[in-house]
Ligand binder design. Structure first.
Ligand code: ADP
Ligand code: ADP
Length: 229
């Protein structure tokens, strides 16, 4: 149990036409365990690239990611991801989606069922366990995505615009849920958003990135807004 260090990460994409894009240049950042960090910046400043590197989906051109004192290479269960949309198994039930990780790990069915029930209570989907994901609203699907991520009990949760596809009212409700989960679980969360309002509301610390090349522009400590959750 300890922090996450992003150490001097650079990422260059070499394109087939012989040119290249410097998506990130010398990004360094320490995130303490249990911190909620929001990341804001214009399109193309490398937010998704940075998150994908921390997740282990992309290998950086330079630099490394260190979690709990150990460099991490490739994806691992200690880092969970929540995408904007479309990452669930839509033809499977809510319960099966949330149980997927624990079952893959070989957890006994009775034990995973208990975890799944608990998490579906936490995200308010108890009555929708046996619905197929495609039957649910966008907001409900994102609740399933949160529960599925938590079922793997990651130390760090990476969120790439998790509320970006939702309507304003649903989004507001879900912001409250993200805060509640963060407070209850004490997980480290990195949240990418396009919304200044959301970044200010949800972050303890706000990172603003700048493009060409992608880099940290500025960091702010935020007066944390307690939404009463
Ligand atoms: P953001 O999430 O802030 O919008 P991205 O991380 O998606 O930014 O992209 C940063 C830069 O890297 C952009 O210029 C983008 O076009 C480029 N880029 C991202 N992924 C790839 C890729 N797989 N191949 C080539 N260029 C990429
Ligand atoms: P959320 O804020 O979770 O996106 P909505 O605002 O879309 O939820 O829906 C409000 C309520 O309507 C839900 O809590 C649920 O009780 C009900 N509901 C929405 N979509 C469905 C559905 N596909 N099947 C059954 N009930 C639904």
């Amino acid at each position: 149990m300890s922090g996450l260090s992003i150490e001097n990460i650079s990422m260059r994409f070499d394109l087939p036409n012989g040119t290249s894009v410097q998506a990130l240049q010398n990004v360094s950042l320490d995130i303490r365990q249990g911190e909620l960090l929001s990341v804001l910046g214009p399109s193309g400043c490398g937010k998704t690239t940075l998150l994908n590197i921390v997740a282990g989906f992309l290998a950086p051109t330079e630099g490394r990611v260190v979690l709990g004192g150990k460099p991490v290479v490739g994806p691992g269960p200690e880092r969970g991801m929540v995408f904007q949309q479309g990452a669930l198994f839509e033809w499977m039930s809510v319960r099966e989606n949330v149980a997927f990780g624990p079952n893959m790990k070989g957890m006994p069915k009775a034990e995973s069922a208990g975890i799944v029930d608990h998490l579906l209570d936490v995200v308010g989907l108890r009555d929708f366990k046996d619905k197929a994901v495609y039957e649910l609203s966008g907001g409900m699907q994102q609740r399933v995505a949160l529960a599925r991520c938590l079922a793997n009990d990651p130390e760090v949760i990476l969120m790439d615009e998790p509320l970006g596809a939702l309507d304003a009212l649903t989004r507001e409700k879900m912001q409250g849920l993200v805060l509640k989960l963060w407070k209850e679980t004490g997980k480290t969360i990195i949240l990418i958003t396009h919304s200044v309002e959301e970044a200010l509301l949800l972050g303890e610390r706000l990172l603003v990135m700048a493009p060409r090349p992608g880099r940290i522009h500025k960091e702010y400590r935020l007066p944390f807004a307690d939404m009463g959750v």
